[in-house]
Design a protein around this ligand. Structure first.
Ligand SMILES: Nc1ncnc2c1ncn2[C@@H]1O[C@H](COP(=O)(O)OP(=O)(O)OP(=O)(O)O)[C@@H](O)[C@H]1O
Length: 259
């Protein structure tokens, strides 16, 4: 598969197995710079595994990944973060005993210029650097309307708010590509609407390219520019939301008439 000039991310023939279980089989698609791309499909279709390939948690047995013009047989998780790939998790991965601000500040770690020693001894660039990182973290708190809970311990917040804090921490890293694993799961309609607004804001105003997994098809159709549908580890559709929603294979996968 050749990469088009606008692609930020290209997956080419990616396959992942666990023992005898094929989680992903020969998946290829492109994510254009600046778009919101949704990965959808029934439970166990391979969506989370694919995000884990993109940010280097899983190593594909076959296939290549291209990010920003560079090809990788495997994206190392540490490198992925350095290249500007951030993610949130299906089951929240926050520091539950720390405050909202401290969690968001943790998202700035890659941008710190002072060394660990300078930070510990509070010398050299450490003071200036800390002030800059705190200011940037505060901007994200404000943008995501988290100020009322800024000093609250994360574990005491509602699930919906914790999801928003996780988005804030990912955005604090100033990613080029944001991977969201079910950002609206477990939310009521109002919370989903708000979350969709924050994702759209990040996409439109910060230019962040987004790949998200979401089960609520209404949300997906309203939010995404591009939808990729997986079923049993294979790609069964790839196109604009209006193309995908009428695709017979997609309808069959969702209505269960094909299995
Ligand atoms: N670390 C792992 N070890 C073994 N099997 C795994 C692992 N990760 C995923 N799988 C298997 O790969 C397949 C795809 O799982 P995956 O979680 O990627 O699907 P999904 O589409 O994200 O599902 P859901 O919507 O339920 O989260 C499943 O059969 C799953 O059991």
């Amino acid at each position: 598969m050749t990469q088009s000039s606008t692609a930020l991310l290209t997956l080419d023939g990616i396959s992942v197995s666990f023992g005898g279980v094929k989680a992903i089989t020969d998946i290829s698609f492109e994510v254009a710079a600046g778009e919101i791309c949704a990965l959808i499909g029934p439970n166990g279709a391979g969506k989370s595994s694919l995000l884990n390939v993109i940010n280097g948690v899983y190593r594909p047995q076959y296939g290549t990944l291209r990010f920003d013009g560079h090809a990788y047989r495997r994206m190392d998780a540490h490198d992925a973060a350095h290249h500007g790939i951030a993610r949130t998790f299906q089951n929240l991965a926050l520091f539950r005993r720390m405050s909202v601000f401290e969690n968001v500040l943790a998202g700035r770690n890659l941008h710190r210029r002072s060394t660990w020693l300078e930070q510990t001894l509070r010398v050299g660039r450490a003071g200036r650097d800390e002030a800059l990182q705190r200011e940037r973290a505060q901007r994200v708190i404000d943008a995501l309307d988290l100020q009322p809970w800024r000093d609250s311990v994360v574990g005491t917040l509602s699930y919906g708010l914790q999801k928003r804090v996780e988005l804030a921490r990912a955005l604090a890293a100033e990613p080029r590509l944001l991977l969201l694993d079910e950002p609206m799961a477990g939310m009521n309609t109002e919370e989903k609407h708000a979350m969709a607004g924050y994702v759209l804001d990040a996409n439109e105003h910060l230019g962040v390219t987004v790949v998200l997994i979401e089960h609520d098809i209404g949300v997906v159709m309203g939010l995404s520019d591009h939808v990729v549908v997986l079923d049993y580890g294979k790609k069964i559709a790839d196109g604009r939301p209006d193309e995908v929603r009428t695709n017979p294979d997609v309808l069959a996968a969702y209505l269960g008439t094909r299995h």
